[in-house]
Write a new protein. Structure first.
Length: 239
């Protein structure tokens, strides 16, 4: 279920000059903000929680997921070059799973690692806050990559749709509207962070067992449906 050639082409597309600039800018901003806050206020658990939860997990991770998830297949569908990929003797599920692996890897690299660095800068991992949010970012990266990869297969406006989802649903409704939190990747991943973190600094509105089931369910469902949409593109091209 993994094709090295497809992976190499996808990495090359995702890490092109323009996308790489965007991918590096958000983690760089997080680290700069963390350094500035540490210098001004010193180490503080509440501040670390606010920055890692309010910016890293709720804004940076989904935005990077949008770039990596939609960029893994969306541009190929938009410019028609996906036809050449589909003409190769590679199973359609293999293409989707390979692109998901690449999107997850890129999202984790540009979100989980900077989150850990920022957490260590902010409070030196006091109460396990840095490691907790790093784990949450890694778990969220998987679900976001699957969701945005699916968007890349169902609409030519995947980036716009992804940004609306990331900035409106996850960052606003998923943070401030109590009912919507149950259906937020951010809250699901926060359940893991709450379990890993020490004390009561990190909290989630979703229990860990439910969160794990929802994260796995959404990832599997989105990946499966993306494969079905890709199969549909093949049939349409053949007809």
């Amino acid at each position: 279920m993994y094709n090295p050639t497809v992976a190499r082409l996808t990495y090359r597309a995702l890490l092109g000059r323009r996308r790489a600039l965007i991918l590096f800018s958000l983690p760089a901003l997080l680290i700069v903000i963390s350094i500035a806050i540490r210098l001004m206020t010193g180490a503080d658990d509440a501040t670390a929680d606010a920055i890692l939860g309010g910016f890293a997990l709720s804004v940076m991770v989904p935005l990077i997921g949008v770039i990596a998830g939609t960029g893994a297949i969306g541009p190929e569908i938009d410019d028609g070059s996906v036809v050449y990929l589909l003409a190769k003797p590679v199973k359609r599920p293999t293409i989707i799973v390979t692109k998901l692996f690449v999107a997850v890897g890129v999202t984790m690299a540009f979100s989980a690692i900077p989150t850990l660095i920022a957490g260590l800068i902010l409070n030196g991992n006091s109460q396990g806050i840095a490691s907790a949010y790093t784990s949450a970012a890694a778990m969220a990266s998987i679900a976001y990559s699957a969701i945005f990869l699916l968007l890349g297969t169902v609409t030519r406006h995947a980036v716009v749709a992804g940004l609306v989802y990331a900035l409106v649903w996850e960052s606003v409704f998923g943070t401030y509207v109590s009912g919507a939190r149950q259906l937020s990747v951010q809250q699901w991943s926060l359940a893991a962070a709450e379990k890993i973190g020490q004390g009561d600094v990190i909290t989630s509105d979703v229990g860990l067992p439910v969160a794990v089931v929802l994260l796995v369910g959404v990832t599997v469902a989105a990946t499966w449906y993306a494969g079905q949409k890709l199969r549909g593109l093949t049939l349409a091209g053949e007809e």
